[in-house]
Design a protein around this ligand. Structure first.
Ligand code: NAX
Ligand code: K
Length: 490
């Protein structure tokens, strides 16, 4: 598991480490050295400008300046505010720097090959303006290689949001663990290449801090992926149902059904309205087809407990059609994956949806994009942090919430969350979301817990996109899954 620590949790990690006997200045020395090591990939002779702020982020900059100067680099250091404002470890680090300290405005950004951004890190607590904002704009225009210390200044560590203006770094060096703001947008774009340096903080502090957010990597969910038995049977792998829309909108459900079969379900049935039976029949092979007469028909189908997971929403249709179907699904004992029209069907009365989720024995996964999210959670949509949005929505609804985007975030009602950073931009194509819903459905049908299944699906979907490359269409994604699964186990 690759935990993501908020700035507050990171401060706690520092505090626990210092309390256990490592002086803060030692942590700062190691942090500054890690920055210097990254900067030193540029050849000797490169001019280096180091912009230091008034807190410990600036302290790291002073340490890096001293180490790089000692290695023979030409270093110029500029400070925001007076030396007399520095406190604690930052003051100690500044005292050990024997070179000149100029004001930030005097730093020669344009004549430098590398700029070290040590203005603000985890302690950024308000919008950047004035002299610091002007310096950041100059840094961004400089054309130099920009190495940010801990966070690109202006990026909020918890949310990835820009507070006023932010450095666009070539590389960022952070310490111990990355923060949500390194992977959430737009932070990730400002971070550039990320190095996570070991500065001597012990892993054991994580037991005390108990962080609840992680990077969406296989470590986060692989232990929950069902293990296939040599003597296993398709009936051991669950039976998923996908609900088809009417005659002219059947493709989305078929994409989801196909993906559910690829991702893990032993059997998949497409439940089709009578008018769409012929068109669905013409397109299905391994996916089975059953006639479904409205919500009563779906309820009857799902009364067979072997059908243990149902996905609906893609191409489901208008509210009058979609809502009774969703209600029937939620009244059944099956796990439910709700997407698209299935979510929008409750836009006028989201509480009605949450009331139906509360107390159900089987889990519900909701997969909104930003627009669908805003319909169900209008007040939460305005929150600045995506992690916060997903978590509060999960807590309110009782469902696992998967909030889509380049930084797709999955949260469960207890606050656990994972953030993905592996989605290539060409995943944004028609039907991609239907496929994602299907992958989740197949994994849940196979017996994977809903939160882990949603996380795994996001990662698998991203990797499938990466394997296929530009030019992919949604039909290809599910078919790339065997290749992605194979790579997972080598
Ligand atoms: N012992 C520790 O706590 C360690 C901290 N480290 C470094 O310390 C950093 C955190 O240090 P701090 O908590 O001092 O925080 P920062 O150095 O990130 O910033 C805090 C300072 O900036 C000011 N400030 C915040 N937002 C501002 C704005 N928009 N405009 C103008 N001034 C603003 C604050 O008033 C305060 O003086 C980390 O990012 C990391 O680089 C590392 O040295 C590792 C060890
Ligand atoms: K910084």
């Amino acid at each position: 598991m690759i935990e993501l620590l908020t700035p507050a949790e990171m401060a706690e990690a520092d505090r626990l480490t210092i309390a256990a006997g490592t002086p803060g200045i030692e942590l700062m020395e190691t942090a500054g050295r890690a920055v210097a090591d990254v900067v030193a990939r540029s050849p000797l002779g490169t001019r280096i400008a180091i912009a230091c702020g008034p807190g410990n982020n600036g302290g790291d900059g002073f340490v890096a300046a001293r180490i790089l100067g000692g290695r023979g680099y030409r270093v110029q250091l500029g400070l925001l505010g007076g030396l007399d404002r520095l406190k604690g470890d930052a003051a100690l680090a500044a005292a050990a720097w024997r070179g000149e300290v100029v004001s930030l405005a005097e730093l020669d950004f344009h004549g430098s090959g590398v700029i070290v951004d040590a203005l603000f890190g985890a302690g950024l607590d308000r919008e950047i303006g004035g002299e610091a904002a002007r310096a950041i704009e100059t840094i961004n225009r400089s054309g130099a290689r920009i190495v940010a210390v801990d966070l690109p200044s202006g990026i909020q560590g918890e949310t990835g949001q820009v507070l006023g203006v932010a450095v666009r770094a070539t590389e960022t060096v952070t310490f111990f663990r990355a923060k949500p703001g390194h992977v959430l947008m737009p932070g990730r774009v400002h971070v550039g290449r990320l190095t996570v340096a070991d500065i001597g903080i012990r892993e054991t502090v994580l037991e005390r801090i108990a962080p609840k957010a992680a990077l969406n990597r296989p470590e986060a969910w692989l232990p929950s992926l069902p293990v296939l038995k040599v003597d296993g049977h398709k009936y051991d792998r669950g039976h998923a149902v996908v609900v088809s829309g009417g005659m002219t909108q059947t493709g989305a459900a078929r994409l989801a059904a196909h993906a559910a079969l690829r991702s893990g379900a032993g059997l998949v049935t497409l439940a089709s309205p009578p008018d769409a039976l012929a068109v669905n029949a013409a397109h299905l092979t391994a996916v089975m087809l059953k006639r479904m007469d409205g919500a009563d028909g779906l309820a009857a189908l799902l009364s067979d407990r072997r059908l243990n997971a149902v996905g609906l929403g893609p191409g489901l249709g208008a509210i009058e059609v979609a809502r009774p179907l969703v209600e029937a699904a939620l009244a059944s004992p099956a796990a439910v994956v709700l997407d698209a029209d299935g979510l929008s069907a409750f836009k006028a009365e989201p509480q009605q949806l949450f009331a139906r989720i509360a107390g159900r024995p089987a889990p519900v996964v909701m997969t909104p994009h930003d627009g669908e999210f805003a319909r169900l959670f209008p007040d939460l949509a305005a929150l600045p942090g995506k992690l916060d949005r997903a978590r509060q929505a999960a807590a309110r609804s009782g469902a696992v919430v998967l909030l889509k985007g380049a930084d797709t975030t999955v949260a469960d009602p207890s606050g656990r969350a994972m953030i993905a950073d592996n989605a290539p931009p060409y995943l944004a194509t028609a039907g991609s979301g239907d496929t994602l819903a299907g992958i989740i459905l197949g994994l849940v049908a196979e017996g994977m817990p809903a939160f882990e299944a949603a996380g795994a699906a996001v990662w698998l979907h991203g990797e499938a996109g990466a394997v296929l490359g530009r030019g992919l269409i949604a039909e290809d994604l599910a078919d790339a899954l065997p290749r992605v699964f194979t790579r997972l186990f080598v």
